[in-house]
Design a protein around this ligand. Structure first.
Ligand SMILES: Nc1nc2c(ncn2[C@@H]2O[C@H](COP(=O)(O)OP(=O)(O)O)[C@@H](O)[C@H]2O)c(=O)[nH]1
Ligand SMILES: [Mg+2]
Length: 485
């Protein structure tokens, strides 16, 4: 599609915002760090753990500024954007470190938190302490995948989406929607009830494809799964239709209504998110529940790969548009992180990292061609397990030990949330390609149990002590290290 006048106006606003941000950044060095990932990928836990580790001075050997003792003080400050909810750090930490050790409540909105890091420069001891302001922006990955809609007309999106619904594993969960869509004539007028019904069926089909056992990732429109504050509005009440190959929809027809709403969704939901939040990020971490996709099987894996590809594509959209290209590129580092690595024995952590590297390989080469640094890591923001060797007959097996959440079932035994269990999580194959190829096979043997957060310990001052993690310091070094030299 050729750029329209409104595209230029849109880019001009992004450019103006970018300029305002960078002028502000001159006065006070600031990094806007985006934390994203699909629902349940671990964003809330990651941010809580990261902030806690910095505030409490956890063990972070790979995070150099910290390991070298150059970080003097870290404080929370008022965030710059009054219209964005504050990330409820204190509440989430209280849940994790309270007496009943719960994982934080899940959230479906954007949130922001400002950290101020006072540090000593590694190079010039004379210049005195410096400060780096870190604005953390937590937003649903579902919304990020919406950026692919900006370059698609309603007709194109309809065609693609209907085709995807008919395909393979998604067909059964899309059956009710497809049947209802097949019974509608898109070029005939339709009432609001019919529009709502077909939209609801479409949303149900998306939701069913997202969860186990399918675990698909790339399912825009993102607000259909994560509506934020917009649930029920007309901009969220549309669906793809099986459109005739040619001819514009007559005015007043169902297709015309759907097209108008699709446009409203793009202009009132996708573009403002892109302009006000996404285009202003400097650094980005994308959390990926790679193990869920591996468990679900090959179509979930290839869908995850496509989603990751789309994610990196949107970073390019952010940097290469006409006017923003005149300003310095914004996102210059992207870290893809496979979360919940504490579900695997440490012998598999590097293998998990290799699997993720393979998944983002294509997208990564493209992004690097554009000057952004891309890295991958397998981490656990909070480590809920420890490792043990367990003898079974004559074999020594590597197990992980933790308290399964109440209601979890292992081998027919149901857990109460208080009893410890040793779990044999299975091993990822050494060759990442083999891991992807064998995804979802029964003999593959990856088994996951949800564990309770680790026992809370309190420091001498009575406050929650540092939480155990896996490679959180690596993520910090990649995302912030160069800004603290
Ligand atoms: N064992 C373990 N579980 C985690 C970790 N991070 C997240 N989880 C689990 O994943 C769930 C979803 O995490 P959350 O941060 O709320 O995901 P969000 O929807 O992306 O914000 C949590 O309730 C935990 O059960 C981790 O580091 N270790
Ligand atoms: Mg969350």
């Amino acid at each position: 599609m050729p750029p329209s006048l409104s595209d230029f106006a849109f880019e001009a606003r992004i450019a103006a915002q970018s300029l305002a941000d960078s002028l502000g950044g001159l006065a006070r060095p600031t990094v806007r760090l985006g934390v994203t990932g699909l629902s349940r990928s671990g964003k809330t836990v990651f941010i809580t753990a990261l902030v806690h580790a910095l505030l409490r001075g956890a063990r972070l050997p790979v995070f150099r500024a910290h390991a070298q003792g150059r970080i003097r003080k870290v404080t929370l400050e008022h965030q710059p954007d009054d219209a964005v909810p504050r990330f409820a750090y204190e509440d989430h930490l209280a849940a994790l470190s309270g007496p009943d050790r719960r994982w934080p409540e899940s959230t479906s909105r954007i949130a922001e938190l400002r950290l101020v890091v006072e540090y000593e420069s590694a190079t010039s001891w004379l210049s005195g302490p410096r400060t780096l302001t870190v604005d953390i922006v937590d937003y649903p990955g579902e919304w990020l995948l919406d950026l692919s809609l900006l370059s698609k007309s309603y007709a194109e999106w309809s065609r693609e989406t209907i085709a995807a619904c008919r395909e393979g594993a998604r067909a059964p969960v899309s059956a009710a929607f497809l049947e209802a869509a097949g019974g509608l004539d898109p070029f005939r007028p339709a009432d609001e009830g019919a529009a709502r019904r077909i939209s609801d069926l479409f949303k149900e089909a998306l939701a069913a494809a997202r969860v186990e056992p399918l675990s698909f990732s790339a399912l825009p429109p993102g607000r259909f799964l994560m509506p934020g504050d917009l649930a029920g509005s007309p901009a969220l009440t549309f669906a793809p239709l099986d459109l005739p190959a040619d001819g514009a929809p007559p005015s007043g027809s169902l297709a015309a209504t759907m097209e108008r709403r699709y446009e409203a969704y793009r202009s009132h939901v996708v573009r403002p998110f892109f302009r006000d939040h996404f285009a202003r990020l400097d650094r980005q971490i994308v959390l990926v529940d790679a193990m869920a996709a591996l468990n679900a099987g090959p179509s979930a894996v290839s869908d995850l790969e496509r989603a990751l590809d789309d994610v990196l594509l949107s970073f390019r959209t952010g940097r290469n548009t006409l006017l923003s290209a005149l300003l310095s590129p914004r996102i210059d580092r992207v870290l893809f992180a496979a979360t919940k690595a504490d579900h695997l024995h440490h012998s598999s952590h590097d293998r998990l990292e290799a699997v993720l590297a393979l998944l983002v390989d294509r997208a990564r080469r493209r992004a690097e061609g554009l000057g952004a640094r891309v890295d991958v890591a397998a981490l656990a923001s909070i480590r809920a397990t420890r490792e043990a060797q367990v003898r079974q007959g004559r074999e020594e097996l590597s197990a992980i030990v933790g308290k399964p959440l109440a209601g979890e079932v292992i081998g027919g035994e149901s857990f109460d949330g208080e009893t410890e269990a040793a779990v044999f999580p299975g091993e990822l194959p050494q060759d990442p390609a083999a891991a992807l190829a064998s995804a979802g096979q029964a003999d593959y043997g990856l088994r996951f149990v949800r564990f309770r957060p680790p026992a809370a310990t309190t420091g001498p001052d009575g406050r929650a002590a540092a939480l155990p993690h896996i490679r959180l310091d690596r993520a910090l070094e990649f995302l912030l290290g160069d800004r603290l030299t």
